[in-house]
Design a protein around this ligand. Sequence first.
Ligand SMILES: Cc1ncc(COP(=O)(O)O)c(C=O)c1O
Length: 392
Amino acid sequence: MMLDRLSHQAPDALLALIRLYAADPREDKIDLGVGVYRTEEGATPVFAAIKAAEQRLVDTQDSKSYLGPEGDMGFVNALMPYLFGSDPTMGGRISGMQTPGGTGAVRLALALAQKARVKRVHMGVPSWPNHAQILADLGMELAPFNHANADGTANLDGVLAAINGAGADEAVLLHACCHNPSGIDYTADQWDALAEAFAASGTFPIIDSAYQGLGHGMEEDAAGMRTLLAKVPEAFIAYSCDKNFGQYRDRVGAFYVMAKEPGGLDTAFSNANALARAAWSMPPDHGGAAVRIILRDPDMTKLWLAELDTMRARMRSVRDALATAGRAGRIDLTPLGRQNGLFAMLPVSKEEVATLREEHGIYMAASGRINIAGLTNANLPKFIAALAAVAV
Ligand SMILES: Cc1ncc(COP(=O)(O)O)c(C=O)c1O
């Protein structure tokens, strides 16, 4: 039979963890697995700004007729000042299109790079697992280097070697901010060095920005990317609104191209549109339309930014508390205070992850990645005590 020719694929490990967590009857269990923001009460609520925008959308939308493969260009353009600053098209050299989430944007960026004869992509590891999966699915090669040093700083030499050594059929993929899974971002000086290396080598940069605003602020989290874009002739940028607008399941993303000259965008997007048509035809509309409504309304924008500030402040306070605790067993927690975003990597073995789950009801990815937002004032003492008991 035809279906017998398929081999079984491993399920998503985090989804299996969700099921285990749900089945655990312990009242004081802690979920540090899935990568979504949580409040102090453990909820992942819809932003009030999104609710208001969705209501306006319901009240005013008069058609759900097709848009083109580029989606809602009002949404795509309204985001651009947040990504690219006061000259958001950089003199007409940047344009974009809507995608199904940041995943769709990364997929499109890599597929378009492949169409432009890129065969190998250098990337710091560990990274978001979908990066490697998409590259494998496209038949592109992944050239990994270590993203982080043991002391919790970014491995600058590793990324510079990748940029300087890449050939014309290679690209380098960077996270714009709030690196997943390490939380370790490049400093401003390091971004300067990266920008110089990209400019001198001519290596093509692909930037994945999935957490803008969750690190230090919307402007602050874009600064490194802008430093780089100011120095290079061309780049791809994949963007997600699923974290910073809390739109996870509504799949809100965008893909941007920076070309050497404004005239270069037309051919690039004719190819990107063709790839999008062949993959998803056009992106889902609802979430992007809600973001457009927010960004065109100053009061809604203020409300959204205030909600984002609250999220970021909570994650900062958890990081500060971990850093203040200093140590849990052999693990130095102080670098977590300097890192950014939703995630951190704990240097724990698979066996220790299993012990934390089985004996203490603490759920995290087998890699040791934790979701910072799964920690609260209430469960932090238990978490630190359990870690100290296990990671001796
Ligand atoms: C680094 C990175 N890029 C892209 C994405 C894609 O996000 P989404 O497809 O949910 O918008 C994620 C989501 O976890 C991510 O961590």
